[in-house]
Ligand binder design. Structure first.
Ligand SMILES: [Zn+2]
Length: 328
């Protein structure tokens, strides 16, 4: 009887901690990045974004929720760069059309499409600005912010995305959720002003390149720390709402964070300025429509229903496409 209770308690903890793993940058990080990006914007559009900052922040995590409602959504959040040979950046075509010709769409979908999807979202946001469709501007801005933020995470750019190939399971959420939640209050988020991006596709690939270059340190430092740290002190349990969760212990997290030497902060800041710059670029490319005086946008009933549907599927469902970086 007692044993059964014990086992089911352990099962519960496992379920809760596994579910926790599934969100890139954590809900906390994504919201923060989208929110801070608003403050990088120039006078012509900052008023519009500020009036709707709650929406931009709250919906920063819609794309992660959508993985439960939309088939093929999962692939939009990452790219396994190391699936493309020893010199992947020489092999991978910058543009989607050429990439499909070279590798087929099935292969690209299997290994993740985040760089091309950011480019696609930029086009959508540009069109929304040109159409002066305020709801779409907000939804596409929130979504675009999410994918750009994901591309800044080193473990979103490798097939060893959760350390599963090197016996480091759990490192994905450790780096992108646990560390920012514990330490981001000390980060300096001064990033300067959003800039117009001349060649968005090159900018996107540079983000991926930098993430990919950082992934070896992300994995190596945790491996080194794991070797010297007392294994019985590596994890602790924390109350989250009604649930008890297994988490990386504070001391372990702090030491790892120190070894990374500001990397999480740098990637987060880069994400913020990139998001602001992409929003700004979309607006410029749409012919700089006048947004002054536009206050808080009322979301249509239809759009609300669609968002509620995604939210409900996320709360009750499973990721529809089980391939890729799903940690479940
Ligand atoms: Zn994501």
């Amino acid at each position: 009887m007692r044993k059964t209770f014990f086992i089911s308690a352990i099962t519960l903890i496992l379920i809760v901690s596994v579910t926790y793993l599934a969100y890139a940058w954590g809900f906390f990080g994504h919201r923060l990045i989208n929110k801070m990006a608003v403050y990088t914007l120039p006078p012509e559009i900052i008023g519009f974004y500020k009036a709707n900052i709650e929406f931009i922040e709250e919906h920063a995590v819609d794309p992660d929720k959508r993985r439960y409602a939309v088939k093929n959504e999962a692939a939009r959040h990452y790219i396994d760069v190391d699936r493309y040979g020893d010199h992947p950046f020489d092999s991978l075509p910058k543009y989607w059309g050429r990439a499909v010709e070279k590798y087929t769409e099935d292969t690209l979908m299997a290994h993740g499409i985040v760089p091309w999807h950011i480019d696609r979202m930029l086009q959508r946001l540009t069109k929304a600005f040109a159409d002066k469709d305020y709801t779409k501007i907000l939804r596409n801005s929130a979504d675009l912010g999410h994918y750009i933020a994901d591309a800044h995470v080193p473990l979103h750019c490798t097939k060893n995305y959760n350390g599963q190939l090197t016996n480091q399971n759990g490192i994905h959420a450790f780096w992108e959720s646990r560390l920012p939640e514990l330490f981001s209050q000390d980060y300096d988020f001064f990033t300067g002003k959003a800039k117009y991006i001349d060649k968005p596709i090159d900018y996107i690939w540079n983000i991926v390149r930098a993430s990919y270059a950082a992934k070896d340190s992300v994995l190596l430092f945790e491996r080194m720390l794991n070797e010297k740290f007392p294994s019985d002190q590596k994890y602790s349990y924390e109350q989250r709402g009604a649930n008890m969760m297994k988490v990386y212990a504070y001391d372990y997290s702090e030491q790892y964070h120190k070894m990374l030497d500001g990397m999480v902060e740098r990637r987060m800041k880069e994400a913020i300025i990139s998001v602001g710059s992409f929003w700004y670029t979309a607006w410029v490319n749409a012919g700089m429509p006048n947004l002054k005086g536009i206050e808080k946008v009322t979301i249509s009933e239809e759009e609300k229903k669609e968002m509620e549907r995604e939210d409900k599927m996320w709360r009750t469902g499973k990721v529809l496409d089980s391939s890729g970086h799903s940690d479940e």
